[in-house]
Design a protein around this ligand. Structure first.
Ligand code: ATP
Ligand code: MG
Length: 568
């Protein structure tokens, strides 16, 4: 491809709309342009990278025995109503009506459609195991679309669904997808971690996420370097840690604490460490209210709590007027003593002695409180967020935490959708059985963001060979110099002949401009044809090299081809 024919309107300035590096570089490198919040168009370079990512995914999915098909994005409401998700998705589903006033949505994910397809098309149980997938545009009206392709409202996902006769079959299909995902993310050049994920109220061990560690990731990962354990924050079990408390069975005492609301203020007021306090938070769980308690130095894990409570909607902090009604106090003074709603206490709270809690009276706290003497929680369970320094639940060593970008998610669904929609099969004995399903997603467009987050420097992207828009570039320094031009063309033709996806920067631009653009768009290797062209000498430089090296044409071409082929 010739740069002179390519639409690559690179930007010198960092666009103010972009907060993170990958977003900035994709705009500056003319990969994408914003059309509306979370909605982007792909310019030629962006599309080229995208197609390479898709192709890698396709190859590995096919190799794992999955079959590709393509579903519509514009979907009739009925099948989502049947599964109950027409309501569950809430405002994040784009809903619309046709001219006949019939309800439609833009597909946020396709479990229902694939299940329906299998109901309609599979004739015999002998066709299971079956794994179907598509690479397709998804629509989610995200509350906070941001970071470019990282969290879009329109984005491309690879979604796959497996159908098996029994749990054993599902385990096997799941394992195949796990292996395929490891190959895919390795080929995409991503440094990833597989973490145990929350599988919601359905429970079970059947969900893992593929995370790319990055400070801009919106998920938390807890991991252990000693044994390799890794889990999403939402799921990571917490081992209680011991603290020391005042000895003896001290008498509970009400203390006036005017203008003291937060744990920091309490620490200042009482002059003791924050583990001496238990905080009590009032939540709205669907249409009822609950209280949750954790130690003052801990945070509540709302996902664990939600699963424990078994509510449908996400937990919400109770409205201030409800806190006042339920605790008879202003926000900041809630405590478990005398509370009429269910109290969920963290495992560590059960180990506290003579500690401080809110008194359900504005401006007052209790000190020297003891559990099962002064109050009894309804449920004691692990409801806190894991933190650095926690104990690994597997090996007992130290847990570390990091932020992660979720690039893929595999999930043992079980019978959730097959039961809701009626996907059964008849076995040889004539009895009906429910088909067991799994689902497997990859954020195709998000993968490009993640790859750039992990691979860049101050000059631009350093894309892995496998997904760079071009594998290599030939740059004649001065296209008006006939010798340089002719030699550059010769090298370009030779590289194409050797199967390299190569770009020639044949623009009549200053060399500095061309180098800046090649660095910005992350071309993995380049050959620069300059003044020494007359002697058959060129410069070869990998994107990761500090400096270019002088080589003969043959040497440069060989070095470049070897590097590209090795890293494809
Ligand atoms: P998240 O927690 O980031 O919102 P999710 O768990 O809701 O994602 P899934 O339903 O598991 O997403 O979708 C499969 C994959 O699709 C995710 O692992 C992620 O890589 C990608 N993905 C999900 N939402 C978006 C989005 N808004 N923009 C880009 N990619 C997304
Ligand atoms: Mg997910």
């Amino acid at each position: 491809m010739r740069m002179s024919n390519l639409l690559v309107p690179t930007l010198r300035e960092v666009p103010s709309e972009a907060e993170i590096v990958s977003h900035q570089l994709m705009l500056r490198g003319a990969f994408i342009r914003r059309m509306a919040a979370g909605i982007y168009s792909y310019l030629p370079l962006g599309l080229k990278s995208l197609k390479k990512v898709e192709q890698i995914i396709r190859e590995e999915m096919n190799a794992a025995g999955a079959q590709e098909l393509l579903m519509p994005a514009l979907l009739p409401a009925e099948v989502y109503q049947a599964s109950g998700r027409w309501e569950v998705f809430g405002p994040s589903m784009f809903k619309l009506k046709d001219r006949g006033d019939r309800d439609f949505c833009l597909g946020p994910t396709h479990e229902e459609l694939f299940t329906q397809t299998v109901i309609n098309e599979v004739r015999s149980y002998k066709e299971y195991p079956l794994t179907l997938y598509q690479i397709q545009t998804k629509y989610r009206d995200e509350a906070r679309p941001r970071f470019g392709l990282m969290r879009g409202r329109e984005f491309i996902m690879k979604d796959a669904y497996s159908f098996d006769r029994d749990e054993k079959g599902l385990d096997e299909s799941y394992r195949k997808m796990y292996d395929a995902y490891c190959r895919i993310f390795t080929r995409l050049g991503l440094d990833f971690t597989v973490v145990d994920a929350d599988s919601g109220a359905m429970g079970g061990s059947g969900s893992q996420e593929f995370m790319v560690k990055s400070p801009v990731g919106e998920d938390g990962i807890a991991y252990c370097d000693a044994c390799g354990y890794a889990a999403n924050y939402e799921k990571a079990p917490c081992v209680p840690t011991a603290k020391t408390y005042p000895e003896g069975d001290l008498t509970m005492e009400k203390v006036e604490t005017p203008d003291v609301h937060t744990i920091e203020e309490l620490v200042g007021f009482f002059g003791c460490e924050n583990h001496m306090f238990a905080k009590t938070i009032i939540y709205k769980a669907d249409d009822k209210y609950i209280a949750a308690m954790v130690r003052g130095d801990r945070d509540i894990n709302e996902v664990k709590l939600k699963n424990l409570v078994g509510c449908t909607d996400d937990l919400e902090l109770a409205e201030p007027h409800m806190v006042r009604e339920l605790t008879n106090a202003q926000v900041g003074f809630a405590g478990p003593v005398g509370l009429s709603i269910p109290v969920y206490a963290d495992l560590e709270v059960a180990e506290m002695k003579n500690f401080i809690i809110g008194a359900n009276d504005t401006g007052y706290h209790y000190k020297n409180t003891n559990i099962n003497r002064d109050f009894t929680p309804d449920v004691v369970a692990d409801i806190r967020v894991v933190t650095d320094g926690d104990v690994c639940p597997k090996c007992g060593k130290e847990i570390k935490t990091a932020q992660g970008i979720e690039v893929g998610h595999i999930f043992k669904l079980g019978t959730k959708y097959s039961e809701a929609l009626g996907l059964t099969y008849q076995d040889d004995n004539g009895s009906d059985n429910i088909v067991i399903m799994g689902c497997y997603g990859i954020g195709v467009t998000r993968c490009i963001s993640a790859a750039i987050e992990q691979n860049h420097d101050e000059n631009g992207m350093i894309l892995p060979v496998s997904i760079a828009p071009f594998e290599a570039a030939v740059v004649p320094v001065n296209v008006k110099d006939e010798t340089q031009k002719a030699l550059a063309e010769e090298i370009y033709t030779e590289l194409k002949k050797r199967g390299i996806d190569v770009l020639i920067d044949d623009r009549d631009e200053r060399a500095g401009v061309k180098f800046k653009d090649m660095d910005l768009i992350g071309i993995p290797a380049r050959i620069v044809v300059g003044k020494k062209a007359a002697d058959g000498v060129v410069e070869y430089k990998k994107r990761t090299d500090e400096k270019a090296s002088d080589m003969t044409v043959a040497e440069a071409v060989d070095a470049l081809c070897a590097y590209i082929i090795e890293n494809r």
